[in-house]
Design a protein around this ligand. Structure first.
Ligand code: BES
Ligand code: ZN
Ligand code: ZN
Length: 494
């Protein structure tokens, strides 16, 4: 989707739908969030009936004469008091969603204005809402949605500063959709090889993508990645994607994404209920790759490298075995107490590579790591662990802006003894309680003193039921948070 700004309501282009925003005032009155006598006269009779209460995302479609549009969509944004970016996103997303079954190819939006929200942020939130409202994964459906929105006209009364907002939103949301598509695809389609091929297609405009196969992984002695991947018909892969946007600087952020293309649980096979959604066990990898696409599209003046270990955690005669001991790239030996705790194993080898080969200023990993994170925080809040509070603070700020909630959890190093093993240097699972924490503590054993943050997105990356502006399936969390974090980081570095 692309945006075509127009400078005033009178100058808006003709479209299949024109969307006009309203809010509910404290007095109960329904108030327009724009000024235009003709449009207001057109909706007068609707407002007189009280059929429309301007609740967030509530939409009524009118078919009036003479409004330079075939349809007028009267959209509610909820209470005028305490308007938030996320409410704007949600309202637009819900409104647009109602057009999906209609043959709509063009839309104009009258941007709302509020006393207490910066116009730039309103604009950004509206555009993001439009993207969320139009996203649906249709690849495997024979009958596609009738709505196809390529261009959207948007009222942008100060077009100069807003052009930058548009550019950022498009890059951000293209990255989110890219990530969501990868996760929503069949696991047998998005196998490690195919994922690596898709990653390779991102190589342009200075983004370098290297794909390493099993031989390289063996040479690297990534014994844990090899162990997890050995049961599958697909060979493991390891992607290194590099962006050198600031060659003068030694600063570098390394992103690491968990890329389990399907998690059967290995030989300690998951139950029927728990295996559902496990095609999404590469959501961390997909998110990190999406971020790299946006970094490239926005040509951010900083250095970022993504490391993505990929394999399938399968069953079969070759599968790695409970109780067996495997050696990590770092030299540590690990006793496998659960073959289902595979994410931390492949991440351990990637983190070790990051620390020793990439000279990172900071490492951020993203992983669908533990069901315990979902139990603790539910499906809207990601868990964040870190050994560096300033990094957590910056990520929290970015997440608030992006509307992707996260909560900082304790990296309680004292739990390390829960991972003590009789037969090896450590084991991969401690006790059931505090499972998200012990998983993070396990990872911590491979990052040394490098500033590091770990996102556990097991609960937030793939939804079983539609929520907020997301349908069932992938959400693309935390792509926008990471992009915002990097954008802010690149500004403060200047
Ligand atoms: N991929 C799962 C975690 C997960 C759970 C992701 C639910 C998305 C939704 C991970 O590999 C796993 O199986 N973790 C186990 C760890 C346990 C064996 C210590 C878990 O959380 O049950
Ligand atoms: Zn698992
Ligand atoms: Zn997993």
């Amino acid at each position: 989707m692309r945006f075509v700004p127009f400078p005033s309501i009178e100058k808006r282009p003709r479209a299949d739908v024109c969307c006009v925003p309203f809010a509910k005032e404290a007095s109960g009155a329904i108030a327009p969030l724009f000024e235009d006598a003709v449009l207001l006269r057109t909706v007068r009779r609707l407002l007189d009936t009280s059929d429309f209460q301007a609740k967030e995302g509530e939409a009524v479609i009118l078919y009036p004469d003479s409004v330079v549009a075939s349809r007028l969509m009267v959209l509610g944004l909820g209470s005028a008091d305490g308007m938030t970016m996320d409410r704007i996103r949600l309202s637009y997303a819900k409104g647009i969603k109602q057009l999906r079954k209609k043959s709509v190819t063009s839309l104009t939006c009258i941007t709302p204005s509020f006393e207490h929200v910066l116009p730039k942020l309103v604009y950004r939130s509206m555009l993001e809402g439009l993207f969320f409202g139009t996203y649906s994964f249709q690849e495997y459906r024979t009958k596609k949605d009738a709505m196809v929105l390529n261009e959207v006209g948007v009222l942008s009364s100060a077009p100069q500063p807003f052009l930058e907002v548009e550019r950022e939103v498009v890059a951000r949301m293209d990255a989110v959709s890219f990530c969501r598509d990868l996760v929503n695809r069949n696991a047998d389609e998005m196998n490690p090889q195919r994922f690596a091929e898709v990653a390779s297609t991102l190589e342009k405009d200075g983004l370098r993508v290297l794909v390493h196969g099993k031989n390289w992984i063996e040479q690297q002695r990534m014994g844990l990645l090899l162990a997890v991947g050995q049961g599958a018909q697909y060979e493991p892969q390891f992607i290194v994607a590099e962006w050198k946007g600031d060659p003068q600087s030694h600063e570098k952020t390394v992103l690491v994404g968990k890329g389990i293309t399907f998690d059967t649980g290995g030989l300690d096979l998951k139950s029927f209920e728990q295996m559902k959604g496990m095609k999404g066990d590469m959501a961390g990898a997909a998110a990190v790759l999406g971020v790299m696409q946006a970094v490239r599209d926005l040509k951010l003046p900083l250095n970022v490298t993504a490391l993505i270990p990929l394999c399938e955690n399968s069953i079969g005669s070759r599968a790695y075995k409970p109780d067996d001991v495997y050696r990590a790239r770092s030299g540590k030996s690990v006793e496998i107490t659960s073959t289902d705790a595979e994410g931390r194993l492949i991440l351990a080898d990637a983190l070790d590579y990051a620390v020793k080969e990439e000279n990172p200023s900071r490492i951020i990993d993203v992983a669908t790591l533990t069901g315990a994170a979902e139990v603790a925080l539910g499906s809207e809040i990601s868990a964040l662990f870190t050994n560096t509070d300033s990094l957590a603070y910056e990520l929290e700020q970015a997440s608030i802006h992006a509307g992707e909630p996260l909560w900082k959890m304790p990296l309680h190093i004292a739990y390390e003894d829960l991972l003590d093993s009789e037969i090896a240097d450590c084991k991969n699972v401690g006790s059931r309680s505090g499972g998200a924490i012990t998983a993070a503590v396990f990872l911590h054993g491979f990052v040394g003193s490098t500033p590091w943050a770990h996102f556990d997105i097991a609960g937030t990356s793939l939804l079983k039921e539609p929520r907020r502006y997301f349908g069932k399936g992938s959400t693309g969390v935390p792509v926008r948070t990471l992009i915002d974090y990097l954008i802010t980081n690149s500004i403060s570095d200047l």
